[in-house]
Design a protein around this ligand. Sequence first.
Ligand code: PAF
Length: 273
Amino acid sequence: MIIARSASELRGFLDTKTLSVGFVPTMGALHIGHRSLIETARKENDIVVVSIFVNPTQFLAGEDLSKYPRREEADFKICELSGVDILFYPDVSAMYGADEVRITAPDVRGFILEGSSRPGHFDGVLTVVMKLLNIVRPSRAYFGKKDAQQLSLITQMCENFFMNIEIIPMETVRENDGLALSSRNVYLSSSERQEALKLSSALKRATEMLMQGNTKSSEIKASMEHILVPLNVEYVAIVNRKFEALDEIVIGNTIVLVAARVGMTRLIDNVWL
Ligand code: PAF
């Protein structure tokens, strides 16, 4: 596995090749969810590039940037064992200069739900993803459905800027008891981890109600909120793939989302129906 620490180093390796490139952007603290993205990229492309970069511009003041889990040695091993060809591992100065042009998230879709709880977060995500995609120039880039709004905005950015990259949505990977894998799960104590199961239980309840024929968003949300007590719930939402609120679930075009704090840890989860 080659480790590249700057854009020019990475291009130096890739410019000699005319093969398909699969790209998995990450912030490290890799878990089985990331591995499933890497494994799919491995199957579908000649070359696999993974980036590990804890992007400061997507963290708001007071968020967990300084304590975001960093696992350099373990992450490098996971990448190597998963068959990654090139690991892009820049530091902040290799990615950002002073007084730069930034990408701005769209006024509505970028500032509801996650964007409302974390205003400016998606500007940072889109800016760094634009940089990463321009550095790697992949054929395909792989993103988890767990960050549904991020995935939707990145897909929209690629369309709006006429970028010829296939964005591949990947299923959320869960523990056996339903907890969605997340790098932030390491912050949870064992009792908080139990509490965190309420997120996936609430989503399961939404699916069950739908299976029983109830498509009414207001009733499904009320039932989910009941399950989520006593967590500090930031939102329960039912939207279509464009993140427009739905009064009724439309099978094939609905995402049910939840964000809540468990202790000090903010968790998100969703189900695509
Ligand atoms: O989902 C993430 O890990 C990050 O938001 C991403 C896409 C790597 C951009 O920093």
